[in-house]
Design a protein around this ligand. Structure first.
Ligand code: ADP
Length: 613
């Protein structure tokens, strides 16, 4: 038993506890896992919107280049250079100011004496575009070779990272006074990485760890002159903050006349209106959970996917920067109901928690059932062994007597008739005991296999009990028992198997005799009752050992003996009461035990009687 318990603990219980512990540990990370999944999903949305905005800007760049090429195809470049501002604004509404600079840094257009916007532009940009002053700008550029390779505008629009790692950063390389290679330029550029205005929730979480780069912008600015920036590139964009106001310039150099650089200052309200349509294209399925917002460099909303939406603009759930053409502009995604995530994580936690608890409970109950059953089986096995030795002994004792007395009689050594009669009585009694035992064993095995058949027929219970008791009386009286019977005046009719019912009475009488303990008094009562339902009661009472406390029900279990052979010296198989109860129940009745107040036992056989009409 101890070995089985040990195997059970090692093989089942400990692994279950370890599994449950692991499951509980993983529960604690559920919220993080959920947030991570959501952030990956919405980061994809923000990335895709930012990419669309970037593509939109690249298309405008391409459009601008086409405008310049169309003008150059129809007119001389020198003519266009002087009237470029007017021509461009007429044909291309996105332009706020058109400008042209030549390779020596002269600004050919617009005229510093022109319209107010042109004057302002010249004041702001003539020194920078004329390479007489360097400025803090965000830029990107495409080379001639790329342009000639027919690549799409989107592909041509290099990202900040690829640009930073690209070998074509002459401006930065030259800017570095040590005259080193692009690697140093890249390093100096990284040093100018800006802090983001917007800190997405996911990145701020990451920043709490080791990697606090999460709070920095990927879009970096450079300090350079215009000429240094454009190098030998064919087109690009330059963004610059002037008095905290963003200015975006697009420029283009025609392969036909690389001396002239055509450019345009972009009219930002127009761009904003166009980008609004991109933001509003957010998948309707997602609109129930999130809002997409285009934020400008000051983290102010420029365009919203859901009108009237309000949030802490500086703390979106996830955000992606649009790129260096619109530095620090971000496509941000906000959760409409941030508490929903915590709620889902909580629900998930509770559900899993309950499942684990249920599993542990099931394992606990299962283990308890297994251990109880194991215990029962072991007790049963022990009882069966006891039963075999008890039955062998019970068979041997009457057989020895029968053999001894029959030999004495057969040899003719006993001549007195009284002695002969007494020996024959002993032989008869011992044979009856043997028959009873064998009947019990046989009946038990039949009942156990469900093969026992009852021959049910109407019979008078009072007569049946009286006959059985009277058959047993000589044996009891021969052993000095005082047997008192209280018979009813009228007959009690029951439906039953006569032999089976007689067997119950014999078993109860035999027990009253066996467990008498010197006080040899047996009382048999039989009466008919009407409460709660009409039934008959046969009571067999003795003044013997009585049944120990706590064993009142156990004595009806198979092989169970409250007074075992070793302790009491009383032989038995532990089957008599089991059979009596099974037979009674098969008749719709029962056998129950009550202890008597002045010592001894009372076994009652109850059988249903027909209702009186
Ligand atoms: P057994 O062959 O052991 O008598 P039973 O099934 O007839 O088997 O009885 C089961 C146990 O009930 C007995 O071992 C005994 O301990 C207890 N018992 C039965 N009848 C009596 C009684 N009249 N007085 C005291 N104990 C009894």
């Amino acid at each position: 038993m101890r070995k089985v318990a040990l195997v059970f603990v090692v093989a089942v219980f400990v692994p279950s506890l370890v599994l449950a512990w692991l499951a509980v540990r993983s529960l604690r990370d559920q919220q993080f896992v959920l947030e991570r999944q959501q952030s990956l999903l919405y980061q994809g949305v923000a990335d895709s919107l930012a990419k669309q905005a970037e593509n939109y800007l690249a298309e405008r760049q391409h459009e601008f280049a086409q405008q310049v090429e169309t003008m150059l195809a129809n007119h001389k470049s020198q003519d266009i250079a002087r009237s470029f501002d007017d021509r461009l604004r007429t044909n291309w509404p996105l332009a706020e100011v058109g400008f042209v600079v030549n390779s020596t840094g002269d600004m050919l257009c617009p005229s510093p004496a022109g319209r107010p916007a042109a004057q302002e532009f010249c004041a702001d940009y003539s020194r920078f575009l004329g390479n007489r002053e360097s400025a803090q700008v965000y830029w990107n550029a495409n080379s001639f070779s790329k342009m000639n390779g027919n690549s799409s505008p989107a592909e041509n629009n290099s990202s900040q990272n690829s640009q930073a790692q690209s070998p074509q950063i002459p401006a930065l390389a030259n800017n570095d006074n040590r005259g080193e290679n692009t690697k140093n330029g890249y390093i100096s550029k990284l040093q100018q990485v800006q802090v983001r205005n917007v800190v997405p929730q996911q990145q701020s979480l990451a920043a709490q760890g080791d990697n606090n780069l999460g709070q920095y912008s990927k879009v970096a600015s450079s300090e350079a002159e215009f000429r240094q920036l454009i190098g030998d590139s064919s087109e690009g964009s330059v963004a610059r903050f002037l008095e905290n106001k963003l200015n975006v310039l697009l420029w283009y150099r025609s392969p036909g006349d690389s001396n002239l650089v055509f450019g345009a200052q972009i009219y930002l309200p127009r761009i904003k209106a166009d980008l609004k349509t991109i933001v509003q294209q957010l998948d309707p399925a997602l609109q129930e959970d999130v809002a997409a917002v285009l934020l400008d460099d000051a983290a102010k909303p420029v365009a919203l996917s859901r009108s009237g939406f309000q949030a802490d603009w500086k703390h979106p759930f996830v955000a992606t920067e649009v790129g260096e053409a619109l530095p620090h502009w971000e496509m941000a995604v906000y959760l409409l109901n941030p508490a929903k995530l915590t709620q889902s994580a909580h629900t998930l936690k509770v559900t899993f928690g309950l499942l684990i608890a249920l599993l542990l409970l099931a394992i606990g109950v299962g283990s308890w059932l297994i251990v109880t059953d194991l215990n029962r089986q072991l007790t049963l096995a022990r009882q069966k062994t006891d039963f075999v030795s008890n039955v062998s002994h019970e068979l041997k004792t009457p057989l020895t007597s029968i053999r001894m007395f029959s030999e004495l009689l057969a040899e003719g050594r006993v001549t007195e008739p009284d002695k002969q009669r007494s020996y024959l009585n002993i032989i008869t009694a011992e044979a009856a005991r043997l028959t009873r035992l064998i009947n019990n064993v046989l009946d038990f095995s039949r009942l156990d296999r469900g093969e026992k058949k009852y021959n049910m027929q109407p019979c008078d219970l009072s007569t049946l009990v009286r006959e059985t008791v009277e058959t047993y009386r000589p044996h009891l009286e021969a052993n000095a028992f005082q047997l008192v019977c209280e018979w009813p005046e009228s007959s009690i009719s029951v439906q039953g198997d006569r032999d089976a019912l007689a067997q119950i009475v014999v078993n109860l009488l035999s027990n009253a005799e066996k467990y008498s303990d010197g006080r040899k008094e047996i009382l048999v009562q039989i009466e008919s009752r009407n409460e709660p339902l009409p039934h008959a009661e046969v009571r067999i009472l003795d003044r013997g050992l009585g049944v120990p406390r706590g064993c009142e029900e156990k004595i009806f279990l198979q092989f169970y003996r409250a007074h075992d052979s070793l302790g009491s010296g009383i032989q038995g198989s532990g089957l008599g009461l089991t059979l009596a109860r099974q037979i009674a129940r098969a008749h719709g009745g029962d056998v129950v035990f009550h202890s008597r107040p002045d010592g001894g036992s009372c076994f009652t056989l109850r059988l249903p009687t027909p209702m009186k009409s």
